[in-house]
Write a protein that binds this ligand. Sequence first.
Ligand code: F6P
Length: 329
Amino acid sequence: MRIAVLCSGGDAPGMNACVRAIVRAGISAGHEVIGILRGYSGLLREEFFLNEQGQPRMSLRSVSDIARRGGTILHTSRCEEFYTESGQKRAAEILRKYKIDALIPIGGDGTFHGAVALAKYWDGQIIGCPGTIDNDLLGTDYTIGFATAVHTAVDAVDKLRDTADAHERMFLVEVMGRHSGYIALYTAIAASAEIACIPETPTEVSEIIRQLHELKSRGKTSVMMIVAEGDERGGAAALQKALCENGCPFETRVLALGHLQRGGSPVPQDRLLAARLGDFAVRSILAGKTGCMAGEQRGELVLVPFEQTYAAHKPVPQELVRLLETLAS
Ligand code: F6P
């Protein structure tokens, strides 16, 4: 059997560990693994990973020592052409031309939308692995890269707290999560921040000002506020402006962590998740499955139809929203 793997959309730490697992699980079961470079764009351009012998297939050595590295050796991209019917049809033709039997796309909701579209024109098997720092896919408790992104953000907030304390200021730290407050909420709790502004539980500016006055009256001299980039006001800078115009009782500074959160060596939790899901994706293909994401729910490996992974907004745990409020006092 010939199994292809690609990474698509925003990169996530742990994608390499996932590629390694797919390659090693596939080859050790006696199959061929093809690495498609640069996601769906690379597929349309017929760009393949070359092994040590210059052949367009991956070897056991192609993935040596990559699990600890951020980014992805396959590179990734966002592909406009793949949103079109002609792009999807051409991708299907290319997969047939190279006699590929199965595809494992690693990515987020855009990647899985692409997989569903491709399946209309290609009858090979497709099993996806959830690779996105946003943790916004339904059907898996965690996505590959989320734990590392939170780790990176917490490290940054810890450092900012030092300077915030010294100057008795408030920092608005913007974290990624286009439509999701997962990174913001987890970072806020782990870094002992006082407030998280997330799209799932929008808070009026007047209410935030009230909370800030209350914190001040309780003797707080520095405040860390974690703002999801998907916050309804358009991020931390916009929120800072709104707060300052409405009588913010603290001197404020803003930092958007941006793509820093997507880099770095994956934490063990992400490496382990990536390894388990990559291996499970291969085993699922060998068992004849298709049209699903390999996910993890309460420690168990599960297959979830692609359509279900992006059918609705993944809710943040209300227990954590409440916990943050309790601990911020
Ligand atoms: O989907 C992952 C993500 O990192 C989002 O959190 C963020 O909004 C987006 O990608 C940024 O995309 P780009 O790398 O194209 O700027």
